[in-house]
Design a binder for this molecule. Structure first.
Ligand code: ATP
Ligand code: MG
Length: 384
């Protein structure tokens, strides 16, 4: 689908010509051959054209071009809803473990060899022709996430590859781990201190959105790559067994109540922080049986809070379903009395009015939203 998309074809056509070839590579090729729909629409491309030429060609074809990583040879092209990261063929020359020095080249096998896993070194041309220089396709079919070259060396070059190994083993190998790769990862833990929180967070975020990852997280914890105890792991397994797959809920579980620590460790966004906070707070209310309050305060997030409470409490599936039904039946609505109504009853604006509104709100939610407006107004005038 993505290859036939007019925008993809237009980008490839703009970059095609006598001075060099352009191919699609990475996630889209891998996932399409794997028979998987992509949620992340970004397309990675590799080209023989120099970055400046990519910029020129794109602009001439009316495609927006941004030099997002021009020193590394990456130009981002945007056409309609398609975003293509176009990187000039390169070879890593020297590295200090974080920053690779690169040299532009025209050697496709060299380009493949600097990638992380064989399944990520699959290339595809505009007409669909596949280029698989390192045996990525058989590995993909066998569910094998195999490092290109010597795993230990590749991890020493860039430690993030350890996290990527686990992410791709979860997404493409049914959480089975290539023994060689796993051994190298296990060995590397403890020497991985200088990887940025942002890069780790980005890999974790993508992993946590997969349907099944509890086993992967357990192995990561076992080798010391992830800070998660037995209890947290147990909840993650329970959550999956109940059919849960929300990354925010998983983050809330992994935070084990300390949201700030996780936000810092993985440089999470404010939105993610808020999602974790609301799920944890909703779960607390639900564990205490305060369904109406959870629904009133957290709306949609209450349902995920419920899954979290279920995983924490070891509820059975039927128990969860029953409470979910109850939650769904609640006629949740905002307080049907406003400050203006109280002023019309003769109350003065001020702290007392605020306190009365709070009292009415409590009564309203405690009644599971069944009190009528006239009951509430009566309650207001009866005073505390
Ligand atoms: P996704 O489906 O998440 O986009 P992806 O494989 O496309 O997966 P990206 O992070 O978009 O992952 O990277 C694009 C390609 O660049 C990869 O397929 C891989 O070939 C190469 N690559 C990315 N990160 C690394 C790395 N740390 N080391 C080596 N090669 C990498
Ligand atoms: Mg990608």
């Amino acid at each position: 689908e993505w290859l036939r998309r007019p925008a993809t074809q237009a980008i490839l056509a703009a970059l095609e010509g006598a001075s060099g070839r352009t191919r699609v590579v990475g996630g889209v090729v891998r996932d399409t051959l794997f028979g998987r729909e992509r949620t992340n629409p970004d397309i990675d491309m590799a080209t023989e054209l120099l970055p400046v030429v990519v910029m020129q060609r794109a602009k001439a074809a009316g495609i927006a071009a941004h030099p997002t990583g021009i020193d590394h040879g990456t130009v981002t092209l945007v056409l309609d809803n398609t975003i293509a990261e176009v990187t000039t063929l390169r070879e890593d020359v020297a590295t200090d473990g974080r920053h690779a020095e690169v040299r532009f080249g025209t050697d496709w096998v060299r380009d493949a060899e600097r990638r992380d896993f064989t399944i990520n070194a699959l290339y595809c041309e505009a007409d669909g022709t596949l280029f698989d220089p390192l045996g990525g396709l058989p590995d993909l079919e066998a569910g094998r996430v195999r490092f290109i070259g010597d795993a230990a060396k590749r991890i020493a070059e860039d430690g993030l590859r350890v996290w990527r190994f686990f992410r791709f083993s979860a997404s493409h190998a049914q959480q089975r781990f290539d023994p060689e790769g796993l051994a190298a990862c296990r060995h590397a833990v403890g020497h991985l201190d200088h990887i940025s929180a942002e890069r780790i967070g980005s890999e974790m975020r993508r992993m946590l959105a997969l349907p099944q990852i509890a086993r992967t997280l357990a192995v990561m914890a076992e080798i010391g790559l992830l800070d998660a105890g037995e209890q947290v792991l147990g909840r993650l397994f329970a959550y999956e067994a109940l059919g849960g797959a929300s990354s925010e809920t998983r983050l809330a579980m992994l935070s084990n109540g300390d949201v700030g620590r996780l936000v810092a460790a993985w440089r999470l966004s404010n939105a993610e922080r808020e999602a974790m906070d609301s799920r944890l707070a909703a779960a607390d209310l639900l564990s205490a049986g305060k369904l109406a309050w959870a629904a009133y305060r957290f709306g949609e997030a209450a349902v995920e809070g419920l899954a979290l409470a279920a995983a924490r409490g070891g509820w059975r599936r039927e128990q969860l379903a029953e409470i979910a039904r109850e939650l769904g039946r609640l006629p949740v609505a905002p307080l049907p009395v406003k400050g203006q109504d109280l002023i019309e009853l003769g109350m003065q604006q001020g702290p007392a009015l605020g306190a009365t509104l709070k009292r009415l709100e409590t009564a309203w939610v405690d009644s599971a939203f069944t009190l009528e407006r006239k009951d509430l107004l009566l309650l207001a005038s009866s005073g505390p």
